[in-house]
Design a binder for this molecule. Sequence first.
Ligand code: BG6
Length: 509
Amino acid sequence: MANPLRDPRDTRMPLIAGPCAAVIFGVTGDLSRKKLLPAIYDLANRGLLPPGFGLVGFARRDWSDADFTQFAHDAVTAHARTPFRQEAWERLAEGFRFVSGSFAEDAGYDRLTDTLAALDTERGTGGNHAFYLSIPPSAFPLVCEKLSASGLAGGDGPGWSRVVIEKPFGHDLASAESLNGVLNAVFPESSVFRIDHYLGKETVQNLLALRFANQLFEPVWNANHIDHVQITMAEDIGLDGRAGYYDGIGAARDVIQNHLLQLLALTAMEEPVSFSPGALQTEKIKVLSAARLIEPLADNSARGQYTAGWQGGRPVVGLLAEDGFSATSTTETFAAIALEVNTRRWAGVPFYLRTGKRLGRRVTEIALVFKRAPHLPFDSLVDTDIGKNALVIRVQPDEGITLRFGSKVPGHLMEVRDVNMDFSYGAAFAEESPEAYERLILDMLLGEPSLFPVNREVELSWRILDPVLAHWAEADAAGGRPDPYQAGGWGPASAVAMLARTGREWRRP
Ligand code: BG6
């Protein structure tokens, strides 16, 4: 639906959401407190929400609107990105309502229907409603069905209805297909917004600018020049307090299935015909359709589980000693896979993806490692390690781009050493990047779907990953376990061996 507040021809104007209300199911949870409520405040503070915006919290607690407002206030003061401004806060909080209810009982949905109808009248939200399901995936079918039965899922009214869901989008291809079936039975695909918060990150979007707004990079962005690609998402945090979500899920499902395969798709895809909705998805879908795990899986994958070690100058426990994990848990906290993308552009170029908890430091990067120069006329005077040119997109922290190339060391000898040329967001721009959730929530309210994976992308990602998950499950059934690695290190020895077999090595970010 066209946004009445914006002239669509003026691309310089910030986009402001049209009249609407959002409902957050599971509003008392961690995601809502740390990310969603702060992001909504930040949007309001930046003037990007409509004046009459309504926000309804839905949860089991027996709260009044005032209790909810106080909860949101605490969340915002603790976690918002932009400074707290009383005036902006008060204007936003006027539209706050709380509905107490369980996912199963009709009475809660009746109260929700009345609350939304009242907001439409009092604040002019126009029947436009977004339902954010910040709840366990097992509850998605029930809530969707109840929204449909209570007439809130849209159809007859004047406004739009959208549903927003967070991963995990299933735990394998079959369950993802069945989840998509449930969602699409109630909401048409164009009304389903699946959050992959990596797509909302500034640097991830800059990947598209880097590739398609410049002439410099695209000619070498292919198998003729690139030896391999490494996509790393390393975290230093452990899983203290997250057993409920993570045990039995593991690093591959938690991160590779979504964030890393999306980064791969954006890195490997062809130029979209435009940035109109759908064009980006078309290109990503082509890459995901062409991507396959490199076989044999025993040599081209690795999984690990952190053991006790040191991090940030203090001792930390291993996964099996974290609260909520059993002493026999085989949940992997590190996963690495190797993929090929069977297209003319990428034939023969391995894409190595890895992620892990309790690694040396928090860093996400995409590194395109170039082939060595075919001939080095320096022979004895070169550092043997030179010639590994790399273009590294530093997704976070320290967002930017690094170009690594060989350079002459000052002096009489023709000695060559690799050096870095850096672009850093912090140094180049005065503007601060919005949080991923700010962008994604705003895009959803605007009905702009480009940054949300569609059901086909989710299913293709599971199709890619399923064989390695099955391979690990088989190993478990035969008494196998993820390989141990010490907290604070860079993963298990099997991950090092995986690349060493091909004469390559992981970058040490
Ligand atoms: C989430 C994962 O999607 O991303 C978490 O479920 C992970 O396990 C988080 O910690 C990392 O997000 P970010 O934005 O801090 O890199």
